[in-house]
Design a protein. Structure first.
Length: 301
């Protein structure tokens, strides 16, 4: 909900600018740059080459777009800052951070967020990433509904860029209350859960936090806990050669229920399923503001 509202506010005043920018990018893509063409075009004389390399570039002003870009970046920074001032910390995030046994590890500049806790002799790690926001395609999740419903609703997959899907989602939400409810569907968040015991290997559970629920997709076991954590490329590669177990959905239904209760007992609950999407929204906003400031600082240097 909060992500789509922010995206709508972020994108609505800029709709015309974004459309014109997209058209410009497309026209540039269709026509190779003069520098690219010149590198492949045969030179007819040294005189032509000399004229091209001196007179043309001497007359061009240096860094003529820098100031305009810097001003625009500053405008975006102020806009995002105003939005942040008007928002309150979601109750789901506040309550989870204050009452959950998990310890939050969030490194600025990194996409992944980690929750860790102890449970008896077990070490439990839950990892999720804000990359899910950029990679999310609403049409992929709701293709069947879209085929039966209004076919005129614009597809967010036509948008591009890091915030494309969230911006398009916000714009669709402006069409009406009925459309807004569909557009504000929360983004499914992938969870990588590792339950580790000393000298006994580890369980690796792949799940989704969606609509306030934990949906288990795979329930793996590795004798070597390093394979479950997948902290290196070698470990991830080695894990592919190990039989980890059958697909979770193919297990006996009672067994599935008991495994889900096993996770709930260790804190992988509905509260976590609500917390993760809301915290991802907060982190994405924070990282986006940092990105704007870093780019502006580089341009101004």
């Amino acid at each position: 909900m909060m992500m789509s509202l922010r995206a709508a506010a972020r994108s609505a005043p800029r709709a015309l600018t974004r459309l014109s920018s997209t058209a410009i990018r497309q026209s540039r893509a269709a026509q190779p740059s003069s520098l690219l063409k010149s590198s492949w075009a045969p030179l007819r004389s040294t005189q032509f080459a000399s004229a091209f390399s001196t007179s043309q570039f001497r007359q061009a002003p240096a860094a003529e777009v820098d100031e305009e870009l810097s001003v625009k970046l500053e405008s975006e920074i102020e806009f995002e800052g105003q939005m942040k001032e008007n928002e309150q910390l979601p109750a789901s995030v506040k309550d989870f951070l204050e009452n959950s046994p998990f310890e939050l590890q969030d490194t600025p500049g990194k996409e992944d967020v980690t929750l860790t806790r102890k449970f008896g002799n077990e070490t439990i790690t839950v990892t999720f990433s804000i990359s899910d926001l950029a990679n999310y395609e609403p049409d992929d999740a709701y293709n069947e509904d879209a085929a039966l419903g209004d076919e005129d609703i614009p597809s967010s997959s036509e948008a591009s860029g890091r915030h494309a899907s969230s911006q398009a989602e916000g714009e669709e939400g402006l069409g009406g209350e009925g459309e807004a409810e569909e557009a504000e569907a929360p983004v499914p968040c992938r969870l990588n859960i590792v339950v580790e015991k000393p000298g006994k290997g580890a369980l690796n559970i792949e799940a989704l936090a969606q609509d306030g629920s934990i949906l288990v997709e795979n329930f793996y076991y590795f004798k070597d806990a390093k394979l479950a954590r997948g902290e290196s490329a070698d470990a991830a590669h080695a894990a592919q050669d190990v039989y980890p177990g059958p697909p979770f959905g193919s297990l006996d239904e009672d067994l599935q229920i008991l495994m889900e209760r096993y996770l709930e007992e260790r804190g992988v609950t509905q509260a976590l399923a609500v917390f993760v999407p809301d915290y991802m929204d907060i982190k994405e906003q924070r990282e986006y503001q940092t990105w704007l400031k870093d780019v502006k600082e580089f341009v101004d240097a």
